[in-house]
Design a protein around this ligand. Structure first.
Ligand SMILES: [Zn+2]
Length: 463
């Protein structure tokens, strides 16, 4: 499930952002706002799909063993960027892309930046970020003044001229600065797409969209456009490369396109609201993705019994789809039926090809809700299982602490709380809880040692 209905995701988010970004912040919408918080969203289905998009590309780029994490950002604008060993992608970008190929192309371009070591040049990057912040301000100012001129001429009109002129100048200097890196990343992207037998048309389509004047209209400017200036010449060069490729006419496999459609409709329904969900569903009418969106929308905004019936129909159509089982579990939790929810989550966990750490945590929550001593013990095992796969899921530690608490294991609860704070980047509280946990533990036992690790941790800003 996606973040909205439970409090989980947005909370993980803020924290997660502070973890490792530090100075390595690169391209972002308004750079200052970005540095403070990136609203990360977690979702087993979407994470698995984007990883499936990225895996062959990373392999072709020689990055397969670099352990690059993919992080979804809850933001409806188009953006994708790399910091350190994390690739960030906005949900807005995933929703705007009509085909997997469009996203794969953007990932290929970003992989080109990683493989080219472009992110290592920290000082350059910071310089760039500063300039981009100025640009963002200028673009914002330009849009505001443009609004004013519709009612009056004179001063406001003059102001717009000044703002636009300044923007152009700054933009020209950015273009010169970035040209080499962007050209390199474009060429690398084509190499990776060719090596994996995929077309560059999606990348071209995406970039051409940013090149068009249209993306400058309105009040919202997509961050990707600001960080990736698309001069006509660059698009033209890219077009030549794309069309030379023997893969130019290749399209995504239908099964992948279907997963992509299901992802888009999920983002629309959960993140953009009921109306946006309905709009997209109308375009997908009669398809499995359309029915999926309908079931999710019914779960979030409608009738639980109807949502369950619709989800059961989906499961009938694709019995081995882990995320349909997950949705069934979510619905049954909302219906206050944790026993059946747990059964659905058990199936979701066993069917999930990506072995997401999120699903065992959902199963653990259902087992906690059953509330017997036996199910609480099982809950602890499942949540630990999930955290073993995904130790940065700081919300998981909250449930773990609660389960330990209900079992009367207070030091266990304190240590889980310490871990949650630790992976949230909140080292001060992590140490406080680790010390409290230690007071009730035997010196030298494994849990005591883990608590000691947290106490000894020197925060360098990176984990
Ligand atoms: Zn780029």
């Amino acid at each position: 499930m996606l973040s909205r209905p439970r409090s989980t995701i947005a909370e993980i988010a803020r924290v997660f952002a502070t973890l490792s970004l530090g100075l390595a912040v690169t391209v972002a919408s308004s750079v200052t706002a970005f540095a403070q918080s990136v609203p990360v969203v977690r979702d087993a289905e979407i994470e698995a799909l984007v990883r499936d998009y990225a895996r062959p590309i990373f392999r072709a780029a020689g990055l397969a063993n670099d352990g690059i994490d993919i992080v979804l950002v809850n933001d409806s604008s188009f953006n994708a960027f790399v910091t350190g060993r994390r690739l960030f992608i906005n949900t807005g970008a995933l929703m705007m892309a009509e085909t997997p190929n469009e996203i794969i192309g953007v990932i290929a371009h970003e992989a080109g930046h990683i493989a080219g070591g472009h992110q290592q040049k920290l000082r350059d990057q910071l310089e760039r970020a500063k300039t981009m912040a100025i640009i963002a301000t200028l673009l914002g100012a330009g849009a505001m003044v443009a609004g004013a001129t519709t009612n009056s001429r004179g001063l406001a009109g003059a102001g717009m001229g000044v703002a636009a002129g300044g923007g152009e100048m700054a933009q020209r200097s950015i273009l010169a600065y970035q040209r080499t890196e962007e050209t390199t990343a474009d060429r690398s992207a084509i190499t990776y797409l060719n090596a994996t037998g995929q077309s560059g048309m999606g990348m071209l389509k995406t970039f051409a969209r940013f090149q068009s004047a249209l993306s400058l209209s309105g009040t919202q400017v997509d961050p990707y456009r600001i960080s990736h200036p698309m001069p006509q010449e660059r698009i033209a060069n890219l077009e030549v490369l794309v069309k030379q490729s023997p893969n130019v006419g290749k399209v995504d496999p239908p099964a992948l396109q279907q997963r992509h459609d299901m992802m888009r409709v999920k983002i629309a329904v959960y993140m953009e609201g009921q109306a946006a969900g309905s709009r997209l569903m109308r375009k997908m009418q009669g398809t499995l993705a359309g029915l999926y969106g309908d079931a999710q929308s019914t779960y979030l905004y409608g009738n639980i019994a109807a949502a369950l019936a619709k989800t059961n129909a989906l499961i009938k159509a694709q019995p081995r789809n882990a995320y349909f089982q997950e949705l069934r579990g979510d619905i049954l939790m909302k219906a206050n039926n944790p026993k059946d929810a747990a059964e659905a989550y058990v199936r979701a966990v066993s069917l999930d090809p990506a072995r997401s750490g999120l699903l065992p945590v959902s199963l653990g929550q259902a087992l906690m809700a059953i509330g017997t001593p036996d199910s609480l013990k099982k809950a602890v095992a499942q949540i630990n299982n999930g955290l073993g796969r995904d130790k940065e899921n700081s919300i998981g530690y909250r449930y773990l602490a609660q389960a330990y608490g209900e079992l009367g294991d207070i030091p266990g609860a304190e240590l889980a709380t310490a871990e949650g704070h630790f992976y949230s980047g909140n080292y001060k509280d992590a140490k406080i809880f680790a010390m409290r946990a230690q007071q009730q533990m035997k010196r030298g036992e494994p849990r005591w040692i883990r608590a000691q690790d947290i106490i000894n941790y020197k925060s360098s800003g990176k984990i």
